[in-house]
Ligand binder design. Structure first.
Ligand SMILES: *Cc1c(COP(=O)(O)O)cnc(C)c1O
Length: 225
């Protein structure tokens, strides 16, 4: 009940162009189903094992997003069904996703995770490298991935100006990189903002916010669901 109410209030407060990814890591099937029954279909998970279990048990029309750090050797487990991988932070990973997508006879949509000066998250591609990747991507080598946009995490700080600057930089990068749009690159999604900073993210052009605790309540890592 609680979760459904928080969710409904929350979505009614958002601008139309902004979509919510419900981040359901550590949350139970029942909590996910509560949102599902309200019509929500996009859920985000950080851990491959947890995602596979939920995929197998829960309704098949859920769109599962992978948002955690992804090791190349685990791509094969999620490749058959994953809807969008937000956390592509190396060419090696992109190439493995392409390979597994080919094996599954599908195209997998991905976001490039950008590093925007966040000291705590060591993952993410530097902006210059993102330009390089997009510029040099050639369709003969990567036929089974589609780069649909970028993901970024703001620094975990009380200082909103720092976060605002980071998200603003992301927006500039996002717009600048649209010149690389092609068959493989269709930059449409800017995945920025979590429970603590989603407002700043929306002000700076985010159109997909990743919300966990604000909908589901605080996560409890010690107790397994
Ligand atoms: C856990 C997580 C979120 C959601 O965090 P909340 O603060 O609970 O909203 C968003 N994005 C990523 C990458 C996460 O790991």
């Amino acid at each position: 009940m609680e979760t459904g109410k928080k969710y409904s209030q929350f979505i009614s407060s958002l601008p139309d162009q902004v979509k919510i990814l419900a981040v359901s890591k550590t949350k139970s099937d029942e909590e996910i189903l509560e949102l599902y029954h309200l019509g929500h279909r996009d859920f985000g998970e950080n851990y491959v094992q947890e995602l596979i279990g939920k995929y197998e048990r829960l309704p098949k029309d859920i769109r599962w997003h992978f948002i955690g750090h992804l090791q190349s050797n685990k791509v094969k487990y999620i490749a058959p069904f994953v809807h969008l991988i937000h956390s592509v932070d190396s060419l090696k990973l992109l190439s493995e996703i392409n390979k597994q997508a080919l094996k599954n006879n599908r195209i997998i949509s991905v976001l490039l995770q950008c590093y925007i000066g966040n000291e705590e998250t060591k993952f993410g591609l530097e902006p210059e490298f993102i330009h390089d990747i997009l510029k040099n991507l050639n369709s003969s080598s990567f036929e089974n991935v589609q780069i649909a946009g970028f993901m970024a995490m703001g620094t975990n700080t009380e200082d909103e100006n720092i976060i605002r600057n980071e998200f603003h930089e992301m927006k500039i990068l996002f717009e600048a990189c649209k010149k690389y749009n092609s068959e493989l690159v269709i930059l449409e999604i800017l995945s920025m903002g979590m429970s603590s900073d989603y407002r700043i993210a929306i002000e700076n052009g985010s159109n997909l916010i990743r919300i966990g605790s604000l909908i589901f309540g605080e996560r409890n890592y010690s107790k397994k669901n």
